[in-house]
Design a protein around this ligand. Sequence first.
Ligand SMILES: [Zn+2]
Ligand SMILES: [Zn+2]
Length: 222
Amino acid sequence: MKHLPRECENILVQVWSAHEKGDKSLGRLFLAHPHAVPVVDELLRAGLLERLDGEIWLTERGAKAARELVRRNRLAEVLLQQILEVQPERVAVNACAWEHVLSAEVTDTICTFLGHPRHCPHGNTIPPGPCCAKSSRTVTPLVQPLTTLPVGGTARITFIAPRVSRRLDRLAALGVVPGTKLVLKQKSPAYVIRADQTDIAIEEDVAKDIFVREIKAEEEGG
Ligand SMILES: [Zn+2]
Ligand SMILES: [Zn+2]
């Protein structure tokens, strides 16, 4: 479905979220709100909302569209807050912008990248998508911190979290940059990785912030 104007999408999300919390009275509120009236009219005409007994309800199509928007919003929250470490007060405004622009394909990629999270940082349920059903048996995220890679595992660095940026220069000088292929040699007493035939020791708090994508033996052929 093509994107609706933002104000339409925002009302769909608000009605959907209110219903999720068991509050069915929001529709009546919108009907009384002068700014909302033209938008609600547009949604009624588009068949995404319907009027029943003086209340506003989502139609089946409207609920489906709203659910997709809510899913994109909450996945964006997880990505922004937990991976990119955007300040919590900046997360909402950014997630709200993303919910309007992400394609279904990119949304599923983000969901897979995050390991199909079930909840947003506020504890609200993230409506699952097609990618979540497919991978219900594999809970391992595509990308994981170096600390969860098994000893002897081979992986490629996907990104390094910004909180270690002050140490990025040292790591970069040693060849530890996104794209580098490494083998985890040991985890204690310190983390040691082998990259480009060099063994490099890394503190655990740095290892936690290096995110890698494991390369399984069967993928290595080429
Ligand atoms: Zn949230
Ligand atoms: Zn998923």
